[in-house]
Design a protein. Structure first.
Length: 395
């Protein structure tokens, strides 16, 4: 919601008027110097939107303030030209409304278009979210990173490293929306006050690492050369439900320089719907973007969300730090998911992350069944994930 600064107003005053934590308000208005607000400058109020009320017979600002449980000054602020003594029947009046419901719907076939639409809705309501393009997919889709919070410690989540595990993106986006609602409305999640996380943690999220692959699974092959190639890799079948790779048949979670040669030796030697590690490590733009991000951001903790199995892989060659075990025990306690330290699998993002940064990295396998997991499981998976998301912020 946009308002305009009046004479004498301060950000502290707006934080109180709309009952919004000051850090969220400050971060929603970067480039503004809070000490010297200019009269008439636009200010964004996170977690609020406006609706239009058409003035009826008998309406007064006092009555409307009472009905909407807003302070009178909030109505004055939004309607600087309204004359409270003589409201005109039929005139529009802007009413500020606190946002208390999700705008994200994660429980649907979560294509790149669905993601983009939900992100736009979130950016509008929560302008303290920072966003940057960390690269582009093979087909040129922007790989977006979101950042929330202002702490020194950086925690990273990503989803849809594998195309037919797209449900992970919907789960992450839904939790993000719940986190934003809790922050702006000063409400707990599972009884936990999340306000301190905003000041302590810089949360980094790449919700969809393989957008071309996700769209291939959900929408079928695109027109043109990329679609043709994918079809031929898929041996002519238009059923892409088993497809884990990126659009040109490279498994992005087999692309990282952590014993990559072991996978190259025993996995497919040419593009395939799954498992082909590429002709060399980091040959694919999506993997390059994710490696660059980790190098740049100094993550103190990394969670890659996959499906399925209800297990959490947390080790790599014994290079993981001791606190990885403490953290994974907490993940297990809050979700019931089984921790697994070592597995005969290499060249994954988690493997490389642990190897190169010696920080806790996790591959979280959500849900149980055959990929792509059906949306009937969404609510259950979401409930199991909440505790893991939270624990990644407090552990
Ligand atoms: Zn996976």
């Amino acid at each position: 919601m946009d308002i305009q600064v009046r004479k004498g107003d301060t950000l502290w005053y707006y934080a109180g008027l709309f009952n919004i934590p000051l850090p969220l308000l400050l971060d929603s208005n970067p480039g503004l110097s809070p000490e010297t607000l200019q009269i008439g400058s636009p200010i964004q109020i996170p977690g609020w939107r406006t609706s239009t009320h058409i003035i009826e017979q008998g309406d007064t600002l006092w009555k409307l303030a009472g009905e909407t449980r807003l302070s009178l000054d909030a109505l004055f602020l939004l309607n600087p030209n309204a004359d409270p003594g003589r409201l005109q029947v039929g005139d529009p009046l802007l009413i500020p409304e606190r946002v208390t419901n999700r705008v994200v719907n994660g429980n649907r076939p979560y294509t790149y278009t669905a993601l983009t639409g939900d992100l736009q809705a979130l950016f509008k309501l929560y302008p303290f979210i920072r966003t940057s393009a960390i690269g582009q997919s093979v087909m040129g889709k922007e790989l977006q990173e979101l950042r929330i919070g202002r702490g020194n410690e950086s925690v990273h989540w990503n989803g849809s490293f594998h195309a037919n595990e797209w449900i992970t993106t919907g789960v992450i986006m839904q939790f993000l929306n719940d986190y934003l609602l809790a922050l702006t409305n000063k409400e707990p999640i599972r009884g936990m006050d999340v306000q301190p996380f905003y000041n302590r943690i810089r949360l980094s999220i790449v919700p969809m690492v393989d957008p071309d692959g996700v769209d291939l699974v959900l929408n079928g092959p695109p027109e043109g050369a990329f679609g043709e190639t994918a079809l031929s890799i898929n041996e002519g079948s238009r059923d892409f439900s088993g497809w884990k790779a990126n659009i040109r048949g490279v498994d992005l979670n087999n692309q990282f320089p952590a014993k990559w040669e072991v996978e190259a030796e025993r996995k497919p030697k040419a593009p395939a719907f799954r498992d082909f590690p590429g002709y060399e490590p980091l040959s694919e733009p999506e993997a390059v973007a994710m490696a660059g991000l980790a190098r740049q951001r100094n993550f103190s903790k990394m969670l890659a969300f996959h499906t399925q199995g209800e297990v959490i892989y947390w080790g790599y060659e014994g290079l993981e730090p001791p606190r990885s075990m403490t953290i994974v025990k907490e993940f297990n306690r809050v979700s019931g998911y089984e921790p697994i330290r070592f597995v005969d699998s290499y060249a994954g993002y988690k493997d490389w992350f642990i190897q190169d940064f010696r920080q806790p990295g996790f591959t979280v396998e959500l849900g149980q069944g055959v990929n792509p997991l059906p949306l009937e499981q969404f609510d259950e998976i979401y409930q199991e994930s909440i505790g893991i998301f939270l624990a990644s912020l407090y552990m």
